[in-house]
Design a protein around this ligand. Structure first.
Ligand code: ASP
Length: 427
């Protein structure tokens, strides 16, 4: 079986086994001793341990990968720098797709009305954390100590430092060239580590999903079915409609090939619910499978992971309308515009880890004066939706990367069109 097939089978098996374990435990058919053995040693023991180790191993690659790969990318641009053009196109596309995403989300939610008739008594307690101010967010992009930035995993700060270092290397002549060669070799080694981890992905994914579905069960979707499916519908509409259109329009390449090559990365995004943890695989996929040159990908993918969250923006749009309807509070067009603006900024400020979108939703709700406790209504299904929106976030990063690379002549069409290019081999 190919890696993609193994990953997809692992997802299905994890889902089924987890769902089954959940049904068994909630129906009390097993003797208590066996049930608690299953909970303790299988679900919270074996599955949880392997799943967590797998996610940690992915995260472990993020900082070294961003640093080394971005230094390589920027230093290889040399003096005739296209960095400015790449950066401005990328940021413009990231912001524009996010604004489209949230507008789409609000429009669909206003029509479908997922929040009408919701019983407010179902709300769970939700304690809001304060979102940082815009000023702090901007200042925090710039590192004061690169080692600390790396230790804290502050990706934007690592990006700033790596770009600076790459630029300096490209301007340092022969000495710079030697350093650049070192980084290029180092980059190959880290990519090999990504490949080794991808071979373990089916086991990691299986354990993550089995544990998750054993805990949450699928039944809870039914309570909030309208909200849940509205969200999934908008996520699909954005991923398959808006992205397909932009991708086809700007590159003329096959969207089917794009999506099929992205499958392992999307499966990871879904199972880990973190575009951050998925980033090493996203980067490898866009470079080796889609044919985007490292010069562009090493910048756009880490940046996208941090600032481009269309799925998260969609969640904020649908959730805001849902909460307004549940509390029977009317929102005007100016409120919706405010939601678009705040959600776009919030998705830029959302760290790429599970569940943060929910915290940023507080900012959006406060902005339009909706009760923050409303989040308690949707928290139950949020973990499942988080998985789906993370897949959208990752698709968006890869799509924009391919479009920008294509427009700057950094996309190798032969690699893109070759179904075998960059397939994970046995290490
Ligand atoms: N889990 C999302 C991501 O990492 C962020 C969120 O929406 O909570 O992309």
């Amino acid at each position: 079986m190919s890696l993609t097939q193994r990953i997809i089978s692992a997802m299905l098996m994890g889902l089924l086994l987890g769902g089954l374990l959940n049904i068994i435990s909630s129906s009390n058919i097993l003797p208590i001793a066996i049930q608690s053995w299953l909970d303790m040693y299988l679900v919270n023991g074996l599955f949880d341990t392997i799943g967590q180790i797998f996610v940690r191993s992915l995260k472990l690659l993020v900082v070294p990968l961003v640093f080394v790969s971005l230094v390589c990318g920027v230093s290889s641009l040399g003096n005739n720098s296209r960095m400015g053009a790449v950066a401005s196109k990328t940021i413009a596309l990231y912001v524009a797709t996010t604004a489209i995403a949230i507008t789409l989300a609000i429009s669909v939610a206003v029509v479908v009305q997922p929040g009408v008739g919701i019983d407010l008594a179902n709300a769970t307690q939700f304690v809001a954390k304060d979102a940082p101010s815009l000023k702090t967010t901007i200042i925090n992009i710039f590192p004061s100590n690169p080692v600390q930035s790396m230790a804290n995993g502050s990706i934007l700060q690592v990006i700033v430092f790596s770009v600076l270092m790459g630029l300096a290397i490209s301007k340092s002549g022969e000495k710079g060239q030697r350093i650049s060669d070192f980084f290029n070799n180092f980059n190959e080694v880290i990519m090999k580590m990504v490949m080794i981890l991808m071979q373990l992905a089916p086991y990691g994914i299986f354990c993550l999903l089995a544990k998750l579905f054993a805990d949450v069960g699928i039944g809870m979707i039914l309570n909030l079915a309208k909200y849940f499916f509205t969200m999934v519908f908008v996520l699909l509409l954005h991923s398959l409609g808006v992205y397909t259109f932009i991708f086809k329009f700007f590159t003329g390449l096959s969207i089917r090939a794009f999506l099929s090559k992205m499958r392992p990365a999307l499966a990871l995004a879904f199972s880990t619910a973190s575009s951050g943890a998925t980033m090493p695989v996203t980067l490898r996929t866009v470079e080796k499978r889609l044919g985007v040159h490292n010069t562009v990908a090493s910048f756009t993918v880490p940046l996208g992971t941090t600032i481009n969250m269309d799925g998260t923006a969609i969640m904020q749009g649908v959730a805001t309308v849902f909460i307004a309807q549940a509390y029977n509070i009317g929102l005007g067009i100016d409120d919706y515009l405010m939601v678009v603006l705040t959600a776009t900024l919030a998705s830029i400020g959302t760290a790429a880890v599970p569940g943060v979108g929910l915290v940023m939703l507080v900012m959006v709700l406060n902005q339009v004066g909706l009760p923050v406790e409303g989040i308690g209504l949707i928290i139950g299904v949020d973990r499942l939706l988080d998985m789906t929106r993370t897949a959208t976030n990752v698709t968006g990063d890869a799509m924009v990367t391919a479009v920008v690379a294509n427009s700057e002549g950094f996309l190798d069409r032969d690699v893109f069109n070759d179904p075998e290019a960059g397939v994970v081999q046995n290490v």
